[in-house]
Design a protein around this ligand. Structure first.
Ligand SMILES: NC(=O)C1=CN([C@@H]2O[C@H](COP(=O)(O)OP(=O)(O)OC[C@H]3O[C@@H](n4cnc5c(N)ncnc54)[C@H](O)[C@@H]3O)[C@@H](O)[C@H]2O)C=CC1
Ligand SMILES: O=C([O-])CC(=O)C(=O)O
Length: 337
């Protein structure tokens, strides 16, 4: 995993800058938005990317022109809905990152975004099934617990679903957890890895603080657990109606995209990241998708890690997460039928 303070190490840049065979087309859908723009900037700096393809319903020609002046190797193209621009944007993409859709305002839950974002994600999945069915798909659009099932069901209908290549992006939860714990323990976040499992909203976000190897008082556990579960709300409140996390999400999304690229085209072994993927872990409880650490390999998800040893406190958190997740997933599945 990357050190929290740097998205790309100098060594990674050096080792991948010379091999053309390692390079690939990456599309960002929702590229002109609050997340899309800084995420595209970070991807422009990624040495694995040969072609950065930006799609949005508005403004991508300007964003693409701007980014195209940065002197890194990748070509940048901007596409909008006119003239079926999504086809050109997605065709032959190796990886597609999707931060398209509306963000929260204060007082809203992520599930309140469902009515708007569900159809946006379904329509993008329909286009993806047609133009780049073998790509790796990174879903950022909320509510992730439901948009991942929507994307999967739409791909299944088109007969092209590959569960190894569909990832709900939950990286921001571990980025936050690392930062928040390091603040409490006066540590450098690069030395603090927190496993977070479950989903990406409120009580479905389950930090496994016992697995950090650090000691916490009950007060610290309660406060940290709450802050990690509701970190998104802190930003929504602070932005006061103008949106939700964009810059930290761009950082997290770029880290996850780079990990997938390193594992799939960079030849790197043992790349481990958390992701909300199709998973057997709680399938018996009717939970078809679950976020845990996964090992990424050349084909995508190679191994889903077990939850591991958990305390009674964490068992209780999991028992609250599972029914909520089940509901969110069922809602996504039902929408896509
Ligand atoms: N997974 C995670 O950890 C996080 C997820 N999010 C989610 O990411 C999404 C985007 O957030 P922001 O970038 O802040 O929103 P934003 O409103 O700034 O940007 C969204 C962009 O999507 C575009 N868009 C809308 N419909 C589209 C379509 N059919 N095709 C292509 N593009 C389309 C809009 O034109 C806009 O440029 C939200 O749903 C938000 O809740 C935000 C933070 C963290
Ligand atoms: O809170 C939100 O709505 C955006 C999000 O998913 C996050 O910041 O984790």
């Amino acid at each position: 995993m990357f050190a929290a303070s740097r998205v790309f190490s100098t060594a990674a840049k050096r080792s991948f800058s010379t091999s053309a065979a390692n390079l690939s087309k990456v599309a960002v859908v929702g590229a002109a938005g609050g997340i899309g723009q800084p995420l595209s900037l970070l991807l422009k700096e990624n040495p694995h990317v040969t072609h950065l393809s930006l799609y949005d319903i508005v403004n991508t020609p300007g964003v693409a022109a701007d980014l195209s002046h940065i002197n890194t190797n990748s070509k940048v193209t901007g596409h909008t809905a006119e003239n079926n621009g999504i086809e050109a944007a997605l065709k032959d993409a190796h990886l597609v990152v999707i931060p398209a859709g509306v963000p929260r305002k204060p007082g809203m839950t992520r599930d309140d975004l469902f009515n708007t974002n569900a159809s946006i994600v379904r329509d993008i999945a329909t286009a993806a099934a047609k133009h780049c069915p073998n790509a790796h798909f990174l879903i950022i659009s909320n509510p992730v617990n439901s948009t991942v099932p929507i994307f999967a069901e739409t791909m299944k209908k088109a007969g092209v679903f590959n569960p190894k290549r569909l990832y709900g992006v939950t990286t921001l939860d571990v980025v936050r957890a690392s930062r928040f714990v390091s603040e409490v323990k006066s540590l450098d976040p690069k030395d603090v890895n927190v496993t977070v499992i479950g989903g990406h909203s409120g009580v479905t976000i389950v930090p496994l603080l016992s697995q950090t190897g650090l000691e916490f008082t009950k007060e610290e556990l309660d406060a940290l657990t709450h802050r990690i579960q509701f970190g998104g709300d802190e930003v929504v409140q602070a932005k006061n109606g103008t949106g939700s996390a964009t810059l930290s999400m761009a950082f997290a999304g770029a880290r996850f995209a780079n990990s997938v690229l390193e594992a799939t085209v960079g030849g790197k072994k043992n790349v481990v990241e958390p992701s909300f993927v199709q998973s057997d872990i709680f399938a018996a409880e009717g939970v078809e998708y679950f976020s845990t650490n996964v090992t990424l390999g050349p084909e995508g998800v190679e191994k889903i890690h077990a939850v591991g040893q958990v305390t009674d406190y964490e068992k209780e958190l999991i028992s609250k997460a599972v029914p909520e997740l089940k509901k969110n997933i069922a809602k996504g599945n039902a929408f896509a039928q």
